[in-house]
Ligand binder design. Structure first.
Ligand SMILES: Nc1ncnc2c1ncn2[C@@H]1O[C@H](COP(=O)(O)OP(=O)(O)OP(=O)(O)O)[C@@H](O)[C@H]1O
Length: 214
């Protein structure tokens, strides 16, 4: 599908997106779009609603109003989630499975692009030698790196990265930036939340600033 000017539609579009808790608005109405090859930096103070927005996009919370389009088409949650890879605040790992077993499990759940093996992804995120280590025995930064490996393996074109730099050392921050750059070069898109304490990936970036509801 193409837009009326012949160009491809954005990978992700939100129109009039609102979320409220107990009738209290958290954000919205929001209108934004992210094109292939582009990142959207979602900025805002603590409590501004960044995580909530990513969870709504990922289908983990239901929007109060508005639509979310993938490739220019409004999509229901199950179809949409196939186009999205969500990296949450907390690692979604099985504590008593090994690191590689976790990756295999998550790839079974969310799919895997054909180009990279879980073992290679572990090496790329600096976890070579930790394949058999139980997830509960990994440090916070190592858990984040394992979650990044899962995102890297995902076939989804849109990455939703909630504070991807948290818990990472300088090498880990550079890793996130390399990943985002490579993903965008391959025609993907990324939404990255930040409250400003970390650098943003050095890529073509739009900004969405959230402010706490009054
Ligand atoms: N599970 C929850 N139950 C009730 N209120 C919540 C819940 N999670 C978040 N909130 C509230 O929703 C608002 C937005 O929170 P959210 O986590 O989206 O903010 P954020 O911008 O990601 O903040 P931070 O930078 O601190 O991570 C806050 O006022 C928060 O208190």
């Amino acid at each position: 599908m193409t837009a009326s000017d012949g160009s491809a539609p954005p990978l992700l579009t939100a129109r009039g997106l609102c979320f409220a808790r107990n009738d209290e608005p958290v954000f919205g109405p929001l209108d934004f779009a992210v094109d292939a090859g582009e990142a959207l930096l979602v900025r805002g103070d603590n409590g501004a609603g960044k995580t909530t927005l990513l969870r709504v996009l990922a289908g983990l919370l239901r929007a109060e109003a508005g639509t979310i389009e993938i490739d220019g088409r409004a999509t229901a949650t199950p179809e949409r989630t196939r186009a999205l890879a969500y990296l949450g605040h907390l690692p979604a790992l099985k504590a008593d499975l090994g690191a590689l077993e976790n990756l295999d499990f998550l790839c079974g759940l969310h799919g895997r692009s054909g180009t990279l093996s879980p073992d290679a992804a572990m090496r790329m995120v600096g976890l070579d030698g930790y394949q058999d280590t139980l997830a509960r025995q990994l440090s916070a930064g190592q858990k984040k790196r394992l979650s990044l490996a899962r995102v890297w393996l995902s076939p989804a074109p849109v990455w939703l990265l909630d504070e991807p730099y948290a818990n990472l050392d300088l090498d880990g921050i550079a890793l996130v930036n390399r990943m985002v750059e490579a993903h965008l070069r391959e025609g993907g898109a990324a939404l990255v939340t930040t409250h400003g304490a970390y650098a943003a990936p050095p890529v073509r970036t739009r900004e969405l600033v959230l402010r706490k509801a009054a």
